[in-house]
Each structure stands twice: as C-alpha cells, then as structure tokens.
Design a protein around this ligand. Structure first.
Ligand code: NAD
Ligand code: UDP
Length: 330
C-alpha cells in the first residue's frame, strides 16, 4: 500500500469505497477533522473526479485496489470504514457474483486488516437487509424479509453476510466492529447514470426527458441528505457506547416515488412529464427507518429536510452534468 508522510496528524483512517458517492464526503469530513485518510477504491462505481479535490491534500492517499484482493498495510491504522460495494440496483446487479464477493471476501479481508492493526471498524450495511419489510417502520430488531434467490440477493444477502462477519469478529474479541444500516441517501457526487431514483429524476428533469416512475409509484422510500449520514457514521465509529448492536441511519420522512417525482418537477424548470415503467422484481414496497436507537446511542438525527437537500443536489447536477443519460431499467 502506498505511503505518504503525515506523521503527527490525528488518526490514520482507511476508507474502503472512499471514491464513491458517500465515501468521498466521508473522506472529506475526516480530513477536515484533522485526520490522515487512506482511500482504497477500485473505481468500480466511484470516480477520480469525486476525490480530485482531496488529492491536493497531503494527508490524503489514494490506493486503487479491489477489496476482494488481499490487502496489506505496513503502516498503523486507527480506524477502517468499509463502504466498498456498488449501491445502485443496476450497478450491483451488473456483476452479481462480484457484488456478493465484495461484501463477503472484501469485508473479511478488511476485518482481518482491522484485527492486525487493532483498528476500529465500521461496516456500511443497508436497509436492504430488511428486504421487502413486513414491519413498518423498520427497527433494528426486525430480522427482515429477503428473497435469497432473486436479483437483489447478491446485494441484500452479501450485506447480511458482512454483518454476520462483523458480529462474529466482535464476539471473538478480534475487532471492535460497528454496523450502520443506511437508508436511501442522496446528494452531490452521485453518478448521473447511477440508476438510483434521486439522480435519475434530477438528470431526467434537467434533460427535459420523462421521469421514469417504476410501477404505480405508490412504493415509498425515506431520503437522507449525505451530510447527515456522514455525521451519523462518524458518531457511530467514535461514540457508540454499546457496540454490539446495528444502528439504523436514515431520515424518517417517508415519500412515495410519485411524490418525489412531483417534488423534483416543482424544483426544476423543465418540460419533463412522468411516465410509468415496469416495477423491477422484489422492489421493496415501503421503507422508513425507526431511528430511536441512533437518537439515544449517538444523539443523532438528520437535520436537512428533503426540500433543502434536493435544492443542493439539483444545483450540483446543474453545474456538473456531463453528456450522460440515466440508466433505465428494462
Ligand atoms: P457508490 O457506488 O457510489 O460507492 C461505492 C464505492 O465502492 C465506489 O467508489 C466503488 O468504486 C467502490 N467499490 C465497489 N466495489 C469495490 C471493490 N470490490 N473493491 C474496491 N472498491 C469497490 O455507493 P454509495 O451510495 O456511496 O454507497 C457507499 C456504501 O454505503 C455502500 O457500501 C452501500 O452499500 C452503502 N449504502 C449506501 C446507501 C445509499 O443510499 N447511498 C444506502 C445503503 C447502504
Ligand atoms: N425508481 C423509479 N424510477 C427510477 C429509479 C428508481 O421509480 O428511475 C424506484 C424504484 O423502483 C424503487 C425506488 O425508486 O421503488 C428507489 O429505487 P433506488 O434504485 O433509488 O433504491 P432502492 O430500490 O435500492 O431503495
């Protein structure tokens, strides 16, 4: 692993998946807090552009590598955040076996690295471990309702296996592992062609193309602005007084897909209309986090309402939008 001289500066923190959407904001916040950051990323769904600004910081090191390959580090590490995994359904379904291995082999490799260095470990898990939930809103005690043979299983089951690896490492006393169950998050640095709802709708609206609502659009999601999520991740790594439990991180505001489409249309000057396209298989019908645990353990709750977060995100896409088109599911 590459070395850069950054002695006497805060902690040394490895962020796997640090060139992705959430990871790049996390790296930036950790640098701002006075730490050294090593970003390990294969650029599968991340991009050099997300970390271009950070590359000018002498306390930032970029290592281009797949987490499925053996990871060596000869320098001490204080913390490891594991965000490495494609997160949008079209991306994680493009090479489903690699997605599963990223969560299983990749998390295993990073946990071994954490054990070697005595580093604290945070796993970016997901609300997808609840599958198409039969409990609403979702509390951490809920075991979930996941189809283990469907096209989302590579992601959902991979993340469930990664959680098991974390809790087994914790029980074995080898790693101080924490698990964040992240609900739908949005903001600047999402790829325009990522395929997720917020980036699709904004890019479609800015391009005067129809907004593609899958199915009836009555299904719901809860959208968290990225700065709120990053704050929650850092608090969980540093403050969680009860490490043996997973913690939901998300914004409890719940919106239907149609409501989100109408909100985007109201905020962008556009000729776009709404069209309906087939609902992908196993698409969860309802999703909203119960964040009581995050509130009590971390003193955390989201601050940025959807209206405000969308305004920031739309402005960013207006400035950055290249000649790319959103991915449309068939
Ligand atoms: P993203 O796709 O933008 O970022 C993932 C990053 O991981 C990318 O930079 C990608 O290149 C890298 N990566 C993927 N596979 C890799 C591999 N095998 N080796 C090395 N690097 C690899 O996604 P995101 O939205 O930033 O999500 C970050 C993490 O948070 C993911 O683990 C995701 O599962 C989790 N999460 C995100 C959300 C969300 O709404 N954004 C929700 C739940 C969970
Ligand atoms: N969705 C949609 N149009 C799009 C992209 C997504 O209607 O262009 C829907 C999708 O079917 C799902 C919701 O929006 O019900 C959230 O999808 P996303 O892929 O963003 O995240 P996830 O399904 O993983 O929560």
């Amino acid at each position: 692993m590459a070395k850069r001289n950054g002695a006497n500066r805060g902690k040394v923190i490895l962020v796997a998946g640090g060139a992705g959407f959430v990871g790049s904001h996390l790296c930036s916040a950790l640098l701002d807090a006075g730490n050294r950051v090593i970003c390990l990323d294969s650029y599968l769904t991340g991009s050099p552009a997300n970390v271009a600004e950070l590359q000018r910081n002498p306390y930032f090191t970029m290592v281009e590598q797949d987490v499925c390959d053996g990871i060596a580090s000869d320098e001490p590490l204080d913390e490891i955040y594991n965000l490495a995994c494609p997160a949008s359904p079209p991306s994680y379904q493009a090479d489903p076996i690699h997605t599963m291995m990223t969560s299983v082999t990749g998390t295993g490799n990073l946990l071994r690295l954490a054990a070697r260095h005595g580093a604290r470990f945070l796993q970016a898990s997901t609300s997808e471990i609840y599958g198409d939930p039969q409990q609403h809103p979702q509390q951490e005690e809920y075991w979930g309702h996941v189809n283990c043979t469907g096209p989302r299983a590579c992601y959902d089951e991979g993340k469930r296996a990664a959680e098991a690896l974390c809790f087994d490492s914790l029980r074995a006393g080898s790693v101080d592992a924490k698990v964040a169950r992240i609900f739908n998050t949005y903001g600047p640095h999402m790829r325009p062609n990522d395929g997720r709802i917020v980036s699709n709708f904004i890019v479609q609206a800015l391009n005067n193309e129809p907004l593609t609502v899958y199915g009836s659009g009555e299904q719901t999601r809860s959208f968290c602005y990225v700065s709120d999520l990053v704050e929650g991740l850092i608090r969980l790594m540093n403050r969680n007084p009860n490490p043996g439990v997973p913690v939901n991180l998300g914004n409890p505001g719940e919106f239907t897909v149609i409501e989100l489409a109408e909100l985007v249309l109201s905020k962008v000057r556009t000729a776009s209309t709404i069209v309906h396209a087939p609902l992908p298989p196993d698409d969860p019908q309802r999703r909203r986090p119960d964040i009581s645990r995050a509130k009590s353990l971390l003193g955390w709750e989201p601050k940025v309402p959807l209206q405000e977060g969308l305004t920031h995100t739309i402005s960013w896409f207006q400035r950055m939008l290249p000649e790319q088109r959103p991915v449309r599911r068939r």
